[in-house]
Design a protein around this ligand. Structure first.
Ligand code: PMP
Length: 404
């Protein structure tokens, strides 16, 4: 009997996971992994935040914690804490009931249910994502029912900086009610964020053109080490009176990658909209995964709601952000020492986990094949894959790639 599954064709690989596997399979000792967007310590090892570890021990000993289902929209203590972390505890939209959170399956899940809700209930069909962007935005929005994907310009390869004129021009020509995906901070993959003045202009155009802001906040606190600074753009849009949604991920800033902890913050004009929105969101979630997991949400809720653990955690994110910045400085310094052709200032001007190095695809392929250094073919590197033991090797290899 032939199998009915014979019709299924092999799908394309996901670049970042494929490269990670090539790295793991590479027997060469000098190999360096600059692919996956996850924090690595000075020894190149994953890091469980000490405050997370001790909270887990505390939770494990807590006999009142059961494995009962969470409500469909999640653990309220968590969603309240997450929403307030994003907007600032004293934001008037919280007191007036105009902002609330929905627990999601990490940042991706927040994008997914947010997009499905906007498509189903507001009938939005056009979305814009930056060129380049995190490679999953397109797929998540198309799978949520959006039929008209569009790009706005973001990166200028000549200057290794933002293409602000292109961005504004593209937003100005966007049809009304287009959903604009905006990286709240630490733009992935370029590491370049708009300045405050540029955000103000973006807001002006979006208001004038009646565009809907969908923020993606995957790096709050992780980017600069300062929670408020990393939330500036979202808070600015809220203060301007925009209605918006924001998908928050706790993967990076808590190191809870596989626990899938996320929150979709929604800000609306009229507090009376909150109840109907939540009731409809309940059905979006119910039909997708019924209700979210509890473990990571308990950890984040507990850490954020206790002054001592909150301060401890803030120390951790500052330390991670500082280490990333030290490695940016070190890589640039080594390239300068080697007289590597080109200007490498962008490496230290970018923020967050990633640097868009400006290396060509050919140079990236050379680094992988000849030097056992794994990075995305767009030239994106995870800066914390660098450490004091490998940064000189990577700089020399980049120098060879550029001069060869
Ligand atoms: N958005 C951006 C821009 C990201 O970089 C990531 C993580 N790579 C995410 C969303 C979502 O990640 P997660 O679902 O793991 O929270």
């Amino acid at each position: 009997m032939v199998s009915r599954f014979d019709v299924v064709e092999q799908g394309p690989p996901i670049e970042v996971f494929q490269l990670n596997k090539l790295f793991l399979d590479d027997p060469n000792q000098v190999k360096v992994n600059l692919t996956v967007g996850a924090y690595r310590d000075e020894n190149g090892k994953p890091w469980v935040l000490p405050v997370v570890r001790s909270m887990e021990q505390q939770l494990a000993a807590d006999k009142t914690l059961l494995h009962e289902y969470l409500p469909v929209l999640g653990l309220e203590k968590f969603t309240t804490a997450a929403t307030s972390m994003l907007l600032g505890a004293d934001n008037p939209v919280l007191a007036s009931g105009r902002a609330f959170g929905i627990q999601t399956l990490s940042g991706t899940g927040g994008l997914r249910i947010g997009a499905e809700f906007l498509n189903k209930h507001l009938k939005y069909t056009t979305f814009y994502y930056s060129e380049p962007t995190w490679e999953n935005h397109h797929l998540v929005f198309v799978n949520s029912g959006f039929t008209n994907p569009r790009k706005y310009r973001y990166w200028n390869p000549k200057t290794c900086a933002i293409n602000f004129d292109g961005l504004i021009e593209d937003l100005k020509s966007a049809p009304e009610n287009s959903v604009i995906i905006l990286h709240a901070c630490a733009h992935n993959p370029t590491g370049i964020d708009p300045t405050h003045e540029q955000w103000e202009k973006i807001a002006d155009v979006m208001e004038e053109r009646k565009l809907f802001p969908f923020f993606d906040s995957a790096y709050q606190g992780f980017a600069s080490g300062d929670l408020d600074r990393d939330a500036w753009a979202v808070r600015y849009f809220v203060q301007r009176g925009f209605e918006l949604v924001c998908a928050q991920s706790f993967a990076k800033n808590f190191g809870l990658y596989n626990e899938r902890v996320g929150n979709l913050t929604m800000v609306v004009k009229d507090a009376a909209s909150a109840a109907p929105i939540k009731s409809q969101m309940t059905w979006v979630v119910r039909g997708m995964y019924s209700n979210p997991p509890a473990h990571g949400a308990h950890i984040v809720a507990q850490v954020l709601s206790n002054k001592e653990t909150f301060d401890q955690w803030r120390g951790h994110i500052k330390m991670m952000a500082d280490r990333v910045n030290d490695m940016r400085q070190a890589l640039r310094a080594e390239l300068i020492k080697l007289n590597t052709p080109g200007n490498w200032d962008h490496i230290v001007n970018q923020i967050g986990l990633f640097s868009y190095t400006g290396l060509t695809q050919q140079q990236c392929e050379y680094l992988m094949a000849e030097k056992h250094i794994y990075l995305l073919k767009s030239g994106r590197i995870n800066v914390c894959g660098l450490n004091p033991s490998n940064v000189q090797y990577v700089a020399r290899a980049m120098n060879d790639a550029v001069t060869n």
